[in-house]
Design a protein around this ligand. Structure first.
Ligand SMILES: Nc1nc2c(c(=O)[nH]1)N[C@H]1C(S)=C(S)[C@@H](COP(=O)(O)O)O[C@H]1N2
Ligand SMILES: [Mo]
Length: 412
């Protein structure tokens, strides 16, 4: 049992702000008449007005925090705050769902004042965002393929809803009121209809994730086991993001490439790419997870194990860590010997029989399946055996060095 750390309290921040907003709403509306016009629906009862304001404000905060979590550029800057932002996003997302449910389940008489299109889009989108959000948050409890689909669609549906919000606000600003227009049709449902509809939408969201996730599997699985050599095979393992900390993707000539193995070794070595490729080939099908939330299921890596590689230089007994340097000249990360020898760790030069792409780390990248992607240094050109650990690029910004899956999201 771990006690949740106070970082979760950050999730309460928006509620505090909302409270302040409620207390000050008269003053705010007096200062900004347009805001007052938007928020004040004279015919609406108080509960519905409160829910409406809460959904609106929390959605905007959810968009902002979501972008901060997702966009690598922002992610890097906000790293010291990221866990608080995660906490805020998840708590507020949950509150958003609860508010949505309350609205869904409240008296049909009350809801008759809401535009059908607003209600339908916001409920369907909101419920899907909730379902996909929980699939992302409890990533260990759902199939990885669901996670991969949820990651993409969580974003797209949020952008879609944002788009609708803009249209909705514009319509409201111009007071578009023609009651016979479909955009202005009102809801006329019984409570039972609401509950059935809501439940079907949740079921449909899960069904969608399962279905699309299952299709990915069929697209992604090459015919039969090993005989994989088609040149587009690698393209099927679509990585949603290709990162480079430096912003550049070094394009390395295979002929000139050298891998240096040095430090606490009996016999420092410099290996050419063809020499590395002649070492015993290890193939591992492993799922790749980035800490920002995306995963790529079952990537069929081709490469050499660290032990195989290190045998070329003969490690000294006092070596305890391996430091991996990238040819981009900046990126670096470090593993203990034990971690580097763990199951599935490879210096990979290909996927499914095809060389890595330039953006994917050609000609050689580290793969550490048990840890988040930031340990998997791309364009590796130097491995140094040391006595003491060296802080990796992301570790210097606050991420854990022992980046075991789950440690960042849940290891607060
Ligand atoms: N040299 C280098 N290696 C790197 C990175 C980088 O920016 N530079 N990003 C890391 C991160 S955070 C991830 S998630 C993976 C991403 O691998 P991909 O770009 O092939 O999707 O590479 C890792 N290795
Ligand atoms: Mo990452």
């Amino acid at each position: 049992m771990t006690v949740p750390s106070p970082v979760y309290l950050w999730g309460l921040l928006p509620f505090a702000l909302l409270g302040v907003g409620l207390l000050a709403h008269k003053t705010l509306a007096a200062h900004w008449p347009a805001l007052g016009h938007w928020l004040r629906r004279r015919s609406w009862p108080l509960t519905l007005r409160l829910t409406h304001v809460f959904l609106l404000v929390s959605f905007i905060v959810l968009m902002l925090s979501g972008v901060a979590i997702y966009l690598p550029a922002l992610h890097a800057v906000l790293l010291p705050w990221l866990q608080r932002i995660y906490a805020l996003h998840v708590w507020l997302g949950s509150a958003f769902l609860i508010a949505l449910m309350t609205a869904l389940l409240s008296s049909p008489r009350l809801l008759r004042r809401v535009r059908l299109v607003d209600w339908a889009l916001v409920s369907a989108g909101g419920l899907f965002l909730g379902v996909s959000g929980y699939v992302l948050w409890f990533d260990a409890s759902f199939p990885v393929r669901w996670n991969a689909v949820a990651f993409g669609w969580h974003g797209w549906v949020a952008y879609g809803l944002m788009g609708w919000l803009t249209i909705h606000a514009l319509l409201r600003t111009v007071s578009f009121q023609r009651t016979d227009h479909p955009l202005n049709w009102r809801i006329d449902f019984t409570r039972r209809r609401f509950i059935t509809l809501g439940a079907s939408m949740v079921a449909a969201s899960f069904g969608f994730l399962g279905l699309v996730g299952g299709r990915r599997r069929m697209d992604g699985a090459p015919g039969s086991g090993d005989g994989i050599d088609s040149s587009d095979a690698a393209a099927q393992w679509a990585f949603p993001e290709r990162y480079s900390y430096t912003g550049a993707f070094p394009s390395i000539e295979p002929v000139g490439y050298r891998l240096a193995i040095e430090g606490l070794v009996a016999q420092p070595a410099t290996l050419r790419l063809d020499e590395i490729r002649r070492l015993t080939l290890t193939r591992e099908r492993k799922t790749f997870h980035c800490v920002t939330g995306w995963s790529v299921p079952d990537v069929p890596w081709d490469g050499v194990t660290t032990d195989n590689l290190l045998a070329q230089a003969r490690l000294l007994p006092n070596a305890r860590y391996l430091v991996f340097y990238s040819a981009d000249g900046v990126y670096v990360d470090c593993l203990s010997l034990e971690q580097a020898r763990a199951d599935g760790v490879l210096l990979a030069y290909g996927i499914a029989g095809t060389p890595l792409s330039t953006r994917g780390g050609f000609p050689l990248r580290l793969v550490v399946p048990a840890m988040y992607g930031y340990k998997s240094v791309k364009w590796v050109n130097r491995i140094v055996a040391t006595r003491h650990p060296v802080a990796g690029t992301w570790e210097r910004q606050g991420y854990p060095a022992n980046a075991y899956l789950g440690s960042v999201h849940t290891g607060f």
